[in-house]
Design a binder for this molecule. Structure first.
Ligand code: HEM
Length: 404
């Protein structure tokens, strides 16, 4: 029989401190039943990796959330689509997000974050979520997407609601649905003339005009630039900052050898995975070890639990900047693997470069967790950056990224 995990993963204390729950579920087996939501949870590394590759059986098109409203009530949506529609929309979205393309932004993003961090050194405590983690997505990425000003002001609220509203039906979820409707109405009201010339949004409307995607798909694809790109990278940066502040030896290693930075970024997203879980629906019986998930069942794919699986990562709770974390599952795997991972990596790499170049010590207070039913992150985090006096490097090209 498939074991059942009795605790409520969506209770506030479990959302705030999920890792002991993840370990307990991994211990129970490759597949575990939950009561509310009524799903088959897959918590171990091997199970998650395989489930994400089995997209012909474990489909996204019936919704990747845990309530019927979100799973049934939507237009064309990249992350919750399968087959041809998914491929068409993904091709259109990927354009500016390919590894080779995002490198064009490196210099400008580095200059912007360096200026920001240099201005915080030896200035006493500040909120690192507001002053560092949110800075590049709100100042630069929103500009690249190219939405009109009033949309940019609401993006963070819409994105947070989109993720929170994927949880099971619980108190307060109506507020998330209302914000999601507002976001949808806003996207539906956009057209080529209202987005910035040369922006990612303009490219999507051009793809629709040339028949590569439909008009409705272009609006769905536009949401794919906005909703999954903000809180994810913001929270991942918060985790990186905190992990480095709490592990001074790892921070020293990074300062001694900045070539470790790209690996440290991947270790950060493995260790403190921002996306807790998404759902799939079994289009046919799906075998997991000795068990079978029956056709029609909803499956919970537990990315964050998989990344702490002791079967895959020795001493998984340790943040180790020299660990080879390249095969982590924090951006997923298979056809739905994160479209924005190269941009996310770039934002985090330049942040760490700016830190090692400008700071000697990092100090972190106790952060306030966000109560989001899909994302694990901090709302605010008291932080301090210190450095012994050194010559300030000139920061070139920090004036914006609009034409980068
Ligand atoms: C640390 C930052 C990020 C994390 C941890 C993350 C995580 C993920 C994960 C786990 C998935 C897989 C969904 C699935 O299996 O169904 C995903 C998909 C996606 N992500 Fe990200 N993401 C991040 C940043 C971004 C950024 C910056 C963007 C856009 C600029 C983005 C856009 C997308 C899109 C469009 C998808 C859907 C891809 C598809 O369905 O084919 N993400 N992301």
């Amino acid at each position: 029989m498939i074991p059942t995990y009795e605790d409520d993963l969506f209770a506030p204390d479990a959302l705030a401190a999920p890792f002991a729950h993840y370990q307990a579920i991994r211990e129970l087996g490759l597949v575990v039943r939950l009561r509310d939501p009524d799903v088959y949870a897959i918590p171990r590394y091997e199970g998650v990796r395989d489930a994400l590759l089995a997209s012909d059986i474990l489909a996204s098109g019936d919704g990747i959330g845990f309530n019927d409203v979100i799973n049934t009530n939507r237009g064309p949506n990249l992350i919750a689509s399968d087959g041809d529609q998914h491929q068409r929309m993904k091709r259109a979205v990927l354009g500016p997000l390919r590894a080779s393309q995002v490198q064009r932004y490196r210099e400008r993003l580095k200059a912007m974050i360096t200026e920001r961090i240099a201005g915080l050194v030896n200035q006493g405590p500040f909120d690192a979520m507001a002053r560092i983690a949110r800075y590049l997505p709100t100042a630069a990425i929103s500009e690249l997407v190219g939405l009109p000003e009033e949309g940019r002001a609401s993006m963070l609220d819409w994105a947070n609601a989109t993720f929170n509203g994927m949880g099971p039906m619980r108190e307060g979820i109506d507020g998330d649905f209302a914000l999601m409707r507002e976001a949808r109405a806003y996207m539906d009201g956009l057209d080529r003339t209202r987005v910035r010339e040369g922006s990612w949004a303009a490219n999507l409307f051009d793809a629709a005009a040339s028949g590569r995607i439909t008009d409705a798909e272009a609006r769905g694809a536009l949401s794919a630039y906005v909703m999954p790109s903000l809180d994810t990278t913001i929270y991942a940066k918060g985790h990186l900052l905190r992990n480095l502040a709490l592990a001074p030896e790892e921070w020293r290693r990074l300062r001694r050898d900045p070539a470790l930075i790209p690996g440290a970024v991947l270790e950060g997203v493995r260790h403190s995975s921002v996306i807790r879980w998404f759902a799939r629906v079994a289009r046919a019986d799906y075998a997991v070890g000795e068990h079978v998930v029956p056709q029609g069942a909803r499956v919970m794919v537990m990315y964050a639990a998989a990344n702490r699986d002791e079967r895959q990562y020795p001493d998984p709770d340790r943040f180790d900047v020299t660990r080879d974390a390249r095969a982590h599952l924090a951006w997923g795997n298979g056809p739905h693997m994160c479209a924005g991972m190269h941009l996310a990596r770039l934002e985090m790499e330049v942040m760490l470069e700016a830190l090692v170049e400008n700071c000697d010590t990092l100090e972190c207070g106790e952060p306030e967790p966000v109560m989001n039913r899909t994302l694990f992150g901090f709302r605010d985090m008291r932080f301090e950056l210190r450095a012994v006096a050194r010559e300030r490097r000139p920061v070139a090209g920090a004036a914006g990224v609009a034409t980068a």
